[in-house]
Design a protein around this ligand. Structure first.
Ligand SMILES: C[S@@+](CC[C@H](N)C(=O)[O-])C[C@H]1O[C@@H](n2cnc3c(N)ncnc32)[C@H](O)[C@@H]1O
Length: 286
């Protein structure tokens, strides 16, 4: 039996179901059709009926989305900085906001590569899917090391590096534990920064599908900033930089932590006008 449907049939059936489930991202219905059919979003209303096979695949994916599974996990991939990354429930799905951290890091690395002959050494702390480390390696050609405490996350990150052709050194390490004696020109991190008590209030998509190891920043959400900032001076070259993604309420506290050993502290906002990145330079010794 043929089961045919078109763009409008799908929306007529699934828009109310998404609304009843409290899923606001109705655009995900379009993205599922894009992924299954390979068509551009703008072509969907014009392309007539989908084949039976496509209709079944679209409906299966929509049913998963109705169970609050994020799009990235339904298809096992997610786009970041123009590249497709493999994702699983063992890693944080890379977020668009993190592209602000990438833009700032690329600028810093490019400036350094103009003033030093040696390759720019970069460390990504808490690499997850490898999105930051791999993007920076491919965009700048820097020498990139990436650590994560999770062996499962590193497995995904290595797969991504292989499929995207990036040359990154991945190390399983609790923060700096396995990096004794190494020095970097820039330490970059999007650490876990959600307050422990807030995790249970997050959307089901996040709290039920993404690893809490990637989210939980301790009682005030700032544990990783404190730890990384206190240890970073031992792992930075002279005038080395530290660049963090932060939660939008955390700029002031993170800037305070940085004041002991860092200077030129800068806060950068995201596209929504929220504080999103804090960067600073290791204070030169007098
Ligand atoms: C917010 S996620 C960021 C993932 C990725 N860098 C991104 O931006 O999409 C934080 C990552 O830190 C890792 N992590 C948590 N505790 C850690 C620790 N003590 N040492 C190293 N990595 C840790 C988690 O496994 C997770 O992959």
């Amino acid at each position: 039996m043929e089961i045919l449907s078109n763009y409008f049939d799908i929306h007529k059936k699934y828009d109310p179901m998404f609304e009843a489930e409290g899923i606001e991202e109705l655009s995900d219905i379009d993205w599922i059709m894009v992924e299954v059919t390979g068509k551009k979003r703008s072509q969907l209303p014009l392309c007539g009926s989908f084949s039976t096979k496509q209709t079944i695949a679209i409906e299966n994916a929509l049913k998963e989305r109705l169970r609050h599974i994020p799009l990235g996990l339904i298809f096992g991939k997610s786009e970041f900085y123009g590249r497709k990354f493999i994702v699983s429930n063992k890693v944080l799905i890379p977020r668009m906001d993190t592209e602000i951290l990438i833009d700032k890091s690329i600028k810093s690395i490019s400036n350094k590569s103009k003033t030093q002959v040696a390759p720019v050494m970069v460390l990504d702390v808490g690499t997850g899917s490898g999105a930051i480390a791999i993007t920076l390696q491919l965009e700048t050609g820097a020498n990139v090391t990436a650590v994560d405490i999770s062996a499962d996350a590193l497995h995904v990150a290595k797969e991504n590096a292989k499929s995207l052709g990036a040359n990154v050194c991945f190390i399983q390490s609790n923060l700096f534990e396995k990096l004794k004696g190494k020095k970097f020109d820039a330490i970059i991190s999007n650490p876990p920064y959600i307050e422990t008590e807030v995790i249970k209030e997050l959307d089901k998509e996040v709290k039920d599908n993404e690893p809490h190891l990637a989210l939980d920043g301790g009682a005030d959400g700032l544990d990783f900033y404190r730890k990384i900032i206190s240890e970073a001076p031992n792992y930075l070259n002279s005038a080395g930089e530290i660049i963090f993604e932060i939660g939008f309420t955390q700029a002031e506290r993170v800037s305070q932590f940085l004041q002991s050993d860092f200077e030129e502290i800068e806060v950068i906002k995201d596209f929504g006008g929220n504080d999103r990145v804090v960067s600073a330079r290791l204070r030169r010794k007098l």
